[in-house]
Design a protein around this ligand. Structure first.
Ligand code: NDP
Length: 287
């Protein structure tokens, strides 16, 4: 193996320790950050995510409020709960676990969350703030990727970045964050021509596709930094969107799956909850 392994698990543990210290400092001032997580239905993967979010929220000393609603909950009942959480001063962050059941309008529900409590950063106001370079709540997965990239590379200015995937939760906000750091950004997707050739130009390659091991070793520029966002369940267990065994011989640095981007996502959710709390009380944003 020639590539440096970017250890997201260790990075996330470190970030959570720093958050726990900040939370303890707030407690001395009588402030306890609170995160409300709303789960509608019984999707098994979502149940696992919600459980681990709750556990890690408590571990850093925050209050966790979990709301589990049946799959056939009317949309109005969910909107009423969001209103109640928006008004509740003990709740600083609200996360509605996606995907929602088919009878619900995801955009409408997400946009009902108070933007100041929108710790997922999916509310259209936060999307606009991020796109225009203003103070926003930033989606957790790309925020975690950015932290690891900055930590590994220092300045991203002038670097050529290629992001594979244009979803609202990963690809697009990742592009905004890299642009904000003055990288030269290209977003690729399923209609992109000659994807391997495009990827070979990237100093930073972010794969957020959802196809197991799609990115081949010879798609990677020697020495590039590769961030693998993909989480794919296969017969060999969890694998990313990058062929890790081939890529690690060519890349300069790479995130593993599991143990890369995944743990950073939850740590960034806690970081966003801390930031949301600090802003309510007029305190500076935590580092
Ligand atoms: P989406 O399905 O919403 O988006 C996938 C994107 O990949 C689309 O833009 C699609 O293009 C593009 N794509 C699909 N096939 C190809 C192809 N053959 N070549 C190029 N581009 C292609 O997925 P998400 O963004 O939600 O998630 C992506 C992956 O990241 C998944 O594996 C998911 O599980 C994982 N994930 C991991 C997280 C973590 O915490 N580590 C958090 C969130 C997601 P088009 O738009 O043209 O259809």
């Amino acid at each position: 193996m020639t590539a440096t392994l970017i250890d997201g698990k260790a990075f996330a543990a470190n970030l959570r320790t720093r958050i726990a210290t900040e939370v303890a400092g707030l407690k001395d001032q009588g402030i306890v950050p609170g995160l409300a997580v709303v789960l509608v239905g019984e999707d098994p993967a979502s149940q696992v995510y919600v459980r681990s979010k709750g556990r890690m929220t408590r571990e850093v000393g925050m209050n966790s409020y979990e709301h589990k609603l049946p799959a056939d909950t009317p949309q109005d009942a969910l909107l009423a709960l969001i209103d109640q959480l928006n008004e509740d001063p003990a709740v600083n962050g609200i996360l509605v676990q996606l995907p929602l059941p088919k009878h619900m309008d995801e955009a409408l529900v997400i946009n009902a969350i108070d933007p100041a409590k929108d710790v997922d950063g999916f509310n259209v106001l936060n999307v606009g703030l991020l796109a225009t370079g203003q103070k926003a709540m930033v989606p957790c997965t790309p925020l975690g990727c950015l932290m690891m990239l900055r930590d590994h590379l220092g300045s991203l200015s002038g670097k050529r970045a290629v992001i594979i995937g244009r979803s609202n939760i990963v690809g697009k906000p990742m592009a905004q964050l890299l642009l904000r750091d003055s990288a030269t950004v290209t977003i690729a997707h399923s209609r992109t021509d000659n994807l391997p050739e495009l990827c070979r130009q990237a100093d930073i390659l972010v794969a957020a596709v959802g196809h197991p091991r799609m990115v081949q070793g010879d798609w990677i520029k020697p020495g590039a930094t590769v961030i693998d966002v993909g989480i794919n369940r296969t017969d060999d267990g969890l694998v990313g969107d990058v062929d890790f065994d081939a890529a690690k011989e060519i890349a300069g640095a790479i995130t593993p799956v599991p143990g890369g981007v995944g743990p950073m996502t939850i740590a960034c959710l806690l970081a966003n909850t801390l930031t949301a709390t600090a802003r309510v009380y007029g305190l500076p944003d935590p580092e």
